[in-house]
Unconditional design. Structure first.
Length: 224
């Protein structure tokens, strides 16, 4: 026996702008087999039947079906639809241009459990004029046109810049203090091996300078 799929709906209304006189209608059928969809739209009714599921992925197959009468007439020729693996989304144009909302989706005033309000698209009747998103723009987004923007997360690659944190290694320069291990004796030994003056030799030169200073003094006095 076929199951009723979940239906979500919302609406806009306008007595002057046809593009704002709409019904948003979504049929939730996860894993729908597109080739099995039977869909018919008339000015006063909509009927739908399809099979969902995927045996190759162990997703049980199930038949869905419904038919309902609209509260008022629509214009099938101006309606749009989009099908994906989760749902079938429709935008239906109301025939009558009125500011007032339809009081319900169906002709008969019945409580139908599988028909629910689509709160992601719904606005109150007295708040319509302030809507920033035009209905068609909203529908185009649902049609998957914005999906391409998913590529933008690639910009996340810039996160690699935190690698600059490696500069923190600079505190290692504190190791320069290790130069204190090079004592003066070793430095002098290196200079000596390279032919440079040693500290002792430097001292001898200093002594020579002192002798020279003595020679420069006056000669001793001779006896008369």
């Amino acid at each position: 026996m076929a199951t009723h799929p979940e239906i979500l709906w919302a609406q806009r209304s306008s007595e002057t702008e046809e593009e704002k006189n709409l019904i948003y209608f979504t049929i939730n059928v996860p894993d729908v087999q597109e080739s099995t969809i039977k869909y018919e739209l008339t000015p006063t009714t909509i009927s739908f039947a399809a099979k969902a599921g995927n045996a190759s992925k162990n997703i049980p197959e199930k038949d869905y079906e419904f038919k309902l009468d609209f509260y008022d007439e629509i214009v099938p020729e101006q309606s749009k639809k989009r099908i994906n693996s989760r749902d079938i989304s429709l935008i239906l144009h109301k025939k009558s241009k009125k500011l007032e909302f339809w009081p319900r989706l169906t002709k008969e005033k019945l409580k139908i459990p599988f028909i629910k309000t689509d709160f992601s698209k719904w606005v109150d009747e007295d708040e319509q004029e302030g809507e920033a998103l035009k209905p068609d723009d909203d529908f185009d987004a649902d049609m998957g046109g914005m999906g391409g923007m998913g590529g933008m997360p690639g910009m996340g690659g810039m996160g690699g810049m935190p690698g600059m944190g490696g500069m923190g290694g600079m505190p290692g320069m504190g190791g320069m203090g290790g130069m204190g291990g090079m004592d003066l004796e070793s430095m002098l030994a290196n200079l000596k091996n390279q032919g440079g003056p040693s500290g002792a030799e430097g001292a001898e030169h200093d002594g020579d300078d002192d002798d020279d200073d003595d020679d420069d003094g006056p000669p001793p006095l001779e006896d008369a």
